[in-house]
Design a protein. Structure first.
Length: 157
């Protein structure tokens, strides 16, 4: 019999040490997996099994790492949406006010036009004469004349 054919059994201490090393290695791999899961490297909400209506309604999606990393960005988006909505509301209110004022301006212009035409109608000489028939006032018989003022020198007013 040669040395190659002979089986050497390790001592019990060596077997025990090897088992401890295997357990330690298994424990380290379990710790690494737990850390990766905690860091969210394996947590992906794009999987159909992880992302469901129940997980969304339960709030599990809000506790995910993506949400933890991007909460400031989401808050910024919410603020932008609020500002956009309020700005749109303010613009619509200004448009409504502008339309109301334009309509009011048109109405006032029509009233001014109507009033000025009525005043022109009532200030005609023939209408005035008709109103004066019942009174003692009579129109003048002499024609109107223009008074010409002499020009004053430049230094005097």
């Amino acid at each position: 019999m040669s040395i190659k054919d002979k089986k050497i059994t390790p001592p019990a201490e060596l077997n025990k040490t090897m088992e401890e090393l295997a357990e330690k290695k298994q424990l380290e791999s379990d710790v690494i997996k737990a850390r990766k899961k905690a860091d969210g490297l394996y947590e992906d909400f794009t999987n159909n099994e992880d992302l469901s209506l129940a997980t969304i309604l339960a709030g599990d999606a809000l506790a995910g790492t993506w949400m933890k990393k991007n909460w400031l960005y989401l808050l910024f988006l919410v603020v932008l949406i609020i500002v956009y909505t309020s700005n749109r509301y303010a613009c619509q209110q200004e448009q409504i006010e502008t339309k109301r004022l334009n309509d009011e301006l048109i109405d006032i212009r029509y009233k001014v036009l109507t009033t000025s035409s009525e005043l022109r109608k009532h200030s005609r000489a023939s209408i005035i004469e008709q109103h004066l028939k019942d009174s003692t006032l009579r129109p003048g018989l002499t024609p109107n004349f223009k008074i010409i003022r002499d020009e004053l020198p430049q230094g005097q007013n």
